[in-house]
Each structure stands twice: as C-alpha cells, then as structure tokens.
Design a binder for this molecule. Structure first.
Ligand code: PMP
Length: 398
C-alpha cells in the first residue's frame, strides 16, 4: 500500500500526544490527571434522554439529511446562547459544526496554504497545533502569561516580523485556556483586536470553557470587542456544547462574516455534508427545555470543588516543588516544576507511582522546553485527586 505514496504531510504524521498516553490509563489503579474529558457524573442523561425523545418525535427533522450550515432552529438557539455571553448575533452568523474542532479545521482548510505563517498562543491546545502542522503552516509562538496571551510581546513580534512572516491568523483560547487555565484580561482583549485591525490578521477565538467560571463571569468575548471596534470584525468565534452538555453530541459552532461562513460551508459539504441532524435536534430540544443553565451551574460548582481539592493537596504534597496560577474556571491547572527537573524522569516516576498527567512539551509546536505539566481536575473525584496529588508528591521526591 505504502508504495502508492502518501500525501507529504501524512508520510510520518505525529498523532495526538495525549492519545499516546492512553496505554498508561488502562493500568489498574492508575489515577489520571491527563484526560481533558468532562466528568461523566455531570452528564444530564435524563434530560438528554427526554430531549432525544422529543427530537425523534419529528423523524423528518432529526433523521433526514440537513442543511450544511445547520438546522435553522439550532442556529437561532445558538445565536441566543451567544447573546447571553455578550455577543450580538443572529442565526445567519452561525455555522453549526461537528464539534468546535471541525470549525478550526474548516478555517485551516480555507485559509492556510503550505508555508503560511500562523501565530499561536503557547502553551497551546495540541489538536490546533496538529491541524496546522498537517496543513504545513509555519507556526509562530506567542507566549501566555498569568493574564492570557501576552499582547505586548505580540505587538513586538508583529513590529519586528519580516513582511513574509506577518500572520493571516492568530489562535487563542482566552477563557480558562487549555492547557494554561489562564483568563485574558478585558484590556488585552481590546488591545488584541486593535493589533488585528492594524496588522490585518484574523483572530480565531476558541471558547469551549467560558461558561465554566468559578467566580465572576469572564470578560466579554474578544469577538464582542471586535464588534465594538466598529470596523470589519477581525474575530472568528468558535464554541461548543462539549464541555457544558456532552462531547458525545459533537455539536459546536462558528461565528464569522458571510464570506468566510460561505467558504467554510463549502469545505464542510465535502467533509461530512452536515452535522448529525439527530444530534442537532437533541441539542436544540435540550437548550429549549430549560435544563442547560442548571447543568452548567452544577458543572461550575463541581469543577470548582475539584480544583480546590487539587490546589490544597498539591500545596501540601509538593510544596514549592510546583508553582501554578490558580485558574478561575475551566478544567485545567498548569503547574511548573523547577527548570532543573528532568521532565521525562519525573513523568516515569509518576507513572511508576500510579499517577499520570500530560507533560508540558505536548503543548508546544517547537522544541520541547517545558518542565510544566497539565493537570486536569475535571474527571477524577475529590478522593482520587487527593490520592493523585500524594502520588505526585512522592514522584517529585524521587
Ligand atoms: N478547543 C479546545 C481548546 C479544546 O480544549 C477542545 C476539546 N478538548 C476543543 C477545542 C474541541 O472540542 P469539541 O469537542 O467541540 O470538538
């Protein structure tokens, strides 16, 4: 088969670095901080079952092929949901996608040719890096600090970039980012929009976690700052029901101007024709049934509790050995070890001790330089979190 010849970017592709950790997870007794999975205990199976029943009561609507853009009623419901997040939009601004991952992939397809420069916040969501790599983009890193993407650094990078290195796209997760957990400040959101307008690039704002805040609501989306800037909005907004309702629905969406949505729709036609109309109908019925808000509220409370258990246990078990900024929402804690720590030895000791996390190197497109780790507190229970932190402390002392 291979003699036929794979396309160049698939000759030696690297798979998801997180999925490569799966073999460790099946070891008996292993405690995992590795997966970015929502807690199954938070799935509202009863509410979704009722929604599915209502969806199936209209077989023509839920079992037939549907419009590539998404069903009109769900696009309307999503526009309303975005309204509650501070975005003024309408059904025609919304493209329903098969998870927000597909929305990102569609944008890469319509914008990126091999060699195209793209700016990406780092540490970054690995599947975004992977999609850009497969498209043979040239990835430039923009670091994240405690206040989100470092916009001053970005300004400097843009000012000093050769014209051929000026990006078309910049990718960021401003709310409780995966993996850094950081929240971008309101002033940085505005400054980022101004840079996009000045240098002529589009911002891909990926927001699966914004509603999962443990205290105050996140500042309005970068998209809203783009609308307020009063010119062509340079922001494309991606979001999803994966982290608030269930990833198994595979319902995500994109907000973008018509000329971009039209091209993404054409790209989506050849990818999957349409997002599952059954999943869309279930999502619509669920949103209309009034259970979304309490479900999200429950997730906020539970993840907040789990985060607290994690930070308290880590302080007790690892002391100064790990430093972190406590996230104000989302599912991830980014914890840094001292720079002299040998990251691969620590990882091996952790696995031997019965705990697994994602090593920081997975979140950088270039040379691995991180002695940090991503700890997800969404899936393990409070007891597992405490025991996992104890094991991690043990590994660090080895
Ligand atoms: N973006 C980020 C930052 C994520 O963490 C994830 C899920 N891990 C996604 C996108 C993809 O989500 P979806 O299930 O909507 O495709």
């Amino acid at each position: 088969m291979t003699s036929i010849g794979f396309a160049s970017s698939y000759i030696a592709p690297t798979g998801s670095p997180i999925r490569e950790l799966f073999p460790y997870l099946s070891r008996p007794g292993m405690i995992s901080f590795a997966g970015g999975y929502p807690s199954p205990s938070l799935f509202d199976a009863e509410g979704l079952q009722a929604a599915a029943q209502r969806a199936l009561a209209d077989p023509a609507g839920s079992l037939q092929y549907g419009a590539t853009e998404g069903t009109p009623a769900l696009r309307q419901a999503i526009a309303q949901l975005c309204g509650a997040r501070g975005i003024a939009c309408d059904a025609p601004d919304v493209l329903i996608t098969t998870g927000s991952q597909q929305a990102f992939d569609l944008l890469v397809r319509i914008f990126i040719e091999p060699g195209a420069p793209v700016y990406v916040e780092t540490p970054a969501y690995p599947a975004a890096i992977q999609a850009l790599r497969l498209a043979q983009a040239r990835i430039h890193e923009v670091p994240v600090d405690a206040e989100g993407l470092d916009v001053d650094r970005l300004r400097h990078q843009l000012e000093t970039a050769a014209p051929a290195d000026r990006p078309k796209l910049l990718y960021t997760v401003p709310n409780f980012s995966n993996p850094s957990g950081t929240l971008m400040t309101a002033s940085r959101r505005q400054a980022l929009v101004q840079l996009a307008l000045r240098y002529g690039f589009l911002i891909i704002e990926d927001d699966p976690y914004g509603e999962l805040h443990f205290g105050e609501q996140a500042p309005p989306p970068v998209y809203a700052a783009g609308q307020a800037a009063g010119k062509d909005n340079p922001v494309l907004y991606l979001s999803s029901l994966s982290k608030t309702v269930a990833p198994g629905l595979r319902v995500g969406w994109m907000l973008a101007p018509p000329e971009i949505l039209r091209r993404c729709t054409v790209a989506k036609q050849v990818t999957d024709l349409c997002t599952s109309p059954l999943a869309q109908a279930v999502a619509l019925q669920y949103l209309a049934g009034g259970r979304y808000a309490p479900t999200v509220e429950r997730a906020r409370a539970e993840y907040g509790r789990r985060l607290q258990a994690l930070t308290q246990s880590l302080r007790a078990e690892a002391g100064d050995g790990l430093s972190f900024v406590e996230p104000k929402g989302g599912m991830f804690l980014w914890a840094a070890c001292a720079p002299e720590v040998d990251a691969s030895r620590l990882f091996q000791a952790a696995v031997d001790g019965g705990v697994v996390y994602v090593p920081g190197a997975a979140f950088y497109p270039g040379e691995a330089k991180a002695t940090a780790m991503r700890l997800s507190y969404a899936t393990p229970t409070v007891d597992e979190i405490k025991e996992g932190a104890r094991r991690l402390g043990w590994a660090m002392r080895q």
